[in-house]
Design a protein around this ligand. Structure first.
Ligand code: AMP
Ligand code: ZN
Ligand code: FE
Ligand code: FE
Length: 280
């Protein structure tokens, strides 16, 4: 079984990279991709665990792009995790994330709900490859006693349109496709059924997008059909995976719950050989 969308503690997953690989193997997965948000910090460890445990671990990434103030996630696969241009780009993305957390902390203080931004950011400053995100802000709000749960923190304070929300700065989806290609990778538009911006797909196709993520925990059966059909219309491959973050985080996104059929994986993989050397 194949799952091309997994998060580790290098971003906002609960488990370390080797733990994710161990659990993936236990769930019957043989081919997996580590796709942390804006970081490749978990890949080497996961690949070492993969060779010990008999799992193929593909070097992946989930980059957060911004289109008209909305987040658009772009997945990269078979990337070179040592590519300088990619690493520089990801460092900028992570610095934007730290800035955004600090701005949210200022807003929260103004709302009478202070959190300790330095303490929250300390693990990410000490391990600069790790990427921070709103889930860490939500946990800090719970720890400080301002809200009862992480989801209450999102719903009341830090989701788009809520008072402590700060819009993200970041690269456009087409720029992200170019960065992924520059690192020798293939690009897939993550969970388009969640983003609901099908209008951007033709532009991404023109920029060289390789696939749509048709299979995803938050996709309905109709979404799967819709994006498989759309991929075929645009001569794209399809990808898929659970978007596993940990057992507690997302009850539907368990390991093995959403997999990519072998023939779809092979169609996607065939693009590795066809891609331009050195990217574009
Ligand atoms: P960020 O990249 O900092 O904007 O954080 C986005 C992450 O927050 C997503 O990947 C989810 O893991 C998490 N998230 C978004 N919305 C919610 C929500 N309503 N409840 C819990 N977690 C959420
Ligand atoms: Zn996440
Ligand atoms: Fe995502
Ligand atoms: Fe994800």
């Amino acid at each position: 079984m194949i799952d091309l969308h997994l998060h580790t503690s290098a971003s906002d997953g609960d488990y370390s990279p080797p733990e994710v690989v161990t659990r993936a193997r236990q769930a019957g997965l043989r081919t997996i991709a580590i796709t942390d948000h804006d970081t490749v910090a978990g890949i080497a460890q996961a690949q070492r665990a993969g060779s010990d445990l008999g799992a193929e671990v593909i070097a992946g990434i989930e980059v957060t792009a911004v289109h008209e103030q909305r987040d658009v996630h772009v997945l990269g696969y078979f990337i070179d995790p040592m590519c300088e241009a990619l690493l520089d780009f990801l460092t900028r993305q992570r610095l934007n994330r730290v800035e955004r957390v600090r701005e949210m902390a200022v807003r929260l203080a103004e709302l009478g709900m202070p959190i300790d931004a330095d303490a929250l950011l300390a693990p990410f400053t000490l391990q600069p490859g790790r990427s921070v995100g709103r889930p860490a802000v939500a946990r800090a709000l719970v720890d400080a006693g301002h809200v009862p749960t992480v989801s209450a923190a999102f719903d009341a304070l830090i989701s788009a349109g809520r008072p402590a929300f700060v819009p993200r700065r970041g690269a456009s989806p087409t720029e992200v496709v170019a960065v992924i290609h520059g690192a020798g990778g293939l690009a897939s538009l993550a969970h388009p059924g969640l983003i609901r911006r099908d209008d951007i797909i033709p532009r991404l196709v023109a920029a060289g997008l390789d696939a749509l993520e048709a299979f995803h925990s938050d996709h309905s059966p109709d979404d799967v059909v819709r994006y498989r059909t759309m991929a075929a219309q645009h001569a794209l491959a399809v990808t898929g995976g659970s978007d596993f973050h940990g057992d507690s985080r997302h009850p539907r996104a368990t390991l093995g719950s959403v997999t990519l059929p072998q023939d779809e994986f092979e169609r996607f993989f065939s693009r590795v050989a066809a891609r331009q050397p050195g990217g574009m």
